[in-house]
Design a binder for this molecule. Sequence first.
Ligand SMILES: [Zn+2]
Length: 300
Amino acid sequence: MVNTMNVHSKTYKVGDVTITRVTEQVINLAPEVLLPDWNPAVVQEHQDWLVPGCMDETHEHFILSIHTWVVKTQRHTILIDTASGNDKERPLNPIFHHLQLPYLERLEAAGVTPEAVDYVLLTHLHVDHVGWNTRLVDGRWVPTFPNAKYVFPKVEQDYYSSPASHNDVNIPSLGVYEDSVLPVIEAGLTETISSGGGEFIDGLSFLPTPGHSIGHMSISLTSRGEEALFSGDVMHHPIQVYRPEWNSVFCEFADQARASRLWALEYAAQRGATFFSTHFPKSSAGLVTRKGDQFDWRFI
Ligand SMILES: [Zn+2]
């Protein structure tokens, strides 16, 4: 299932800020599983950029990345989303179950020790975005980044802290709140963002993009007139730039997810913001442009 690892990524500059990806894992998933509206005819239309980097030669699998973006501003070291984590009990899903991956070693290779992290920003609280919030030490889940403030939308906390939130779509995230979010709350390391979003620190703002999950937010970074958009899971694969009406199987609120995807595409295109995705393969980053009444994507 696991592809050849592309862990060596470039460092982007947005104004005074540097942005580097730290990969946790690269996975394969059948297109019709990820995107229930999948139509294989689009492969012909987009073959030139889709295969092999975004889809394998057999056309049977999408290639997807799960990673963290490391953002270094003049004053702070910030992580955006923390992938799946090691040692987690996820018996329903082998992609996340009992992982033993050298994520912290890769983070260190990118120049970041756990102690040096000032902020962990989370777009939402699904299984593949909060895993490294904690690690297993002597049978207990403890914060991986002991000096960090963990920051996330309050609506997400309110929802996933209740068993009433469990549904067929978020089954992969069962138990995630308890082992990866609650321990950092109990350690007093969290701060929440209210439902309207807004500026947080260092030109970083939370922008509500609900739908994939109930309180999902994208994160904008502006520095010296340049902008980055960390889009969380408004899209999972670049083919959705061309088919923004296609939700992923993991999108909990379908109509809102479609509306937020269109909003994020329009936002990035209009503002020329570099788009940093959480699951696109290859560099995971690129530019969105308008092409008539559609959008176009280019990896950078
Ligand atoms: Zn995700």
